[in-house]
Design a protein around this ligand. Structure first.
Ligand SMILES: [Zn+2]
Ligand SMILES: [Zn+2]
Ligand SMILES: [Zn+2]
Length: 161
């Protein structure tokens, strides 16, 4: 069940943000961890679009929009918290963060990253994970984590809209 529109198509993105924040509130309450004002604000900023956001851009926006200079270590700790609680993913190839579209269950990160508009579409394909697991097992390798980052052109960019 996913109520998330395709990231690369025009849509009411405020709805995505509201949904993500409400889901984060629920998940943190259930897990008994505190979504502090700063953690929530950082999550909101990561969700400002479907484009992965780098830590420097995050810091810049935070001081620009909130008119306060958040200490970088505090913001990095907030990001760590969001990663630990699986509310965001880290896109290694871009050294950036993106809000998770289905944080309610553990999963590996699988992303289609558009090289033109820089949006990242999260996939949920158990088939990819099992194929990686099988290929790894053939090498006698035990998989502990996997992040799949596929680069290409999204539907909107391909159709030039
Ligand atoms: Zn959206
Ligand atoms: Zn996710
Ligand atoms: Zn694109």
């Amino acid at each position: 069940m996913s109520s998330h529109p395709l990231a690369c198509r025009p849509h009411d993105h405020q709805r995505c943000v509201r949904h993500a924040l409400a889901e984060a509130d629920q998940i943190c309450a259930r897990q008994g961890v505190r979504l502090t004002a700063l953690r929530r604000r950082v999550l909101e900023l990561v969700w400002q679009s479907h484009k992965p956001l780098g830590a420097y851009d995050l810091l810049a926006t935070l001081s620009e929009q909130d008119g306060r200079r958040a200490a970088p270590p505090t913001v990095y700790r907030a990001l760590d918290f969001l990663l630990e609680n699986r509310l965001v993913h880290r896109i290694a190839s871009l050294n950036a963060f993106i809000g998770c579209t289905h944080p309610d269950h553990p999963h590996q990160g699988q992303f289609l990253i558009c090289r033109q508009c820089h949006s990242a579409i999260e996939l949920q394909s158990p088939g990819i994970s099992s194929a990686i697991g099988e290929a790894a097992a053939e090498q006698g390798f035990a998989v502990e984590g996997e992040t799949v980052e596929v680069v290409g052109l999204c539907g909107s960019c391909r159709s030039g809209t």
